[in-house]
Design a binder for this molecule. Sequence first.
Ligand code: AMP
Ligand code: MG
Length: 334
Amino acid sequence: MMNVDKKKIAGYLLFIIVFFAAGIYLSDFSFESREKIIARTQILMGTVVEVRTRNENEDRSNSAINAAFKEIKRIDDLLSTYNSKSTIWKINNSEKKKYILSDELFNFLLRCDSIWILTEGAFDPALGSLTKAWGFYSDTPSVPAQKIIDKALLKSGWKSVRLIDKGIIEKESLLLDFGAIAKGYAADKAIEILKSHGIKDAFVNLGGQIKVTGNSWTVGIKHPRVFNLLLAKLKIKNYSVSTSGDYEKFFFEQGERYCHIIDPKTGYPASKCKSVTVINKDGMLADALSTACFVLGPLDAMSLINSIPGTEGLVVNSSGNWFMSNGFKKFLIK
Ligand code: AMP
Ligand code: MG
């Protein structure tokens, strides 16, 4: 009897040892080799949009990804300045001063307003006349005459937009431009949709606006000058990462680089940075802040980022020097 028990115990011990050994063995493998990634891309919002799920049921993933793409398309139809179907395009191309908006759009504008205040106007979603004057809505951008910049400055600025109760806005004859925030908002919404379809582990990338949910994901930040080289790799979990760079849309004139991010004070392209990355749980805020910090330059950007709880950032200034916020290092993969 004793012998049988001893045999049983030895058997259990062997089972436990093999079980844990297998556990150690498995965890020695790269997780990625065992991951089942479903990744799909579409061109939406003028960029390549990639949605990935990890270790999820294939049918569920496919219908969730379809719904996420549909949601991003819906947001483009709401906020785009290029697409003549969009509500914002219609507002920009109308002579009216007063508009009644949906709850969603009005709430979106309220958030834009609070970020405009937070960044002391460095994020300004009413700079469409300036973007247009510099030719960034066309294929042939160029430096405009000073009088054209002055005229565009008079027709720009969020200060001339009034948000009135019950979804009504009033604005002067200026052009709204949500290019600095719309993709971050779309990333938030796409992740919400994926979750509502039962997806737990996912990654969304809208041309550099990234949001992830579930387990950790590795995210690369592009080098601002060397094509195909990464500046840094980050490990993030349930965060958004937004990068604004002078390499995205730009032109050279007389040896000078002019990029698509405009300093609302001068009406000229911002030139203090090459690249700004901001991390926050909220994609919309991360997106708007990366643009605003690009305008502010490294020092003001760092004090702004360090003053906002749950926000970290990396700035590469115009000379290529790095500036990191207080807690940025914890996301860096060495
Ligand atoms: P992002 O790539 O997110 O930094 O956004 C850049 C886009 O935002 C530009 O292409 C413009 O459409 C718009 N934009 C440019 N300058 C500003 C600014 N200072 N504040 C808000 N939007 C801006
Ligand atoms: Mg942005």
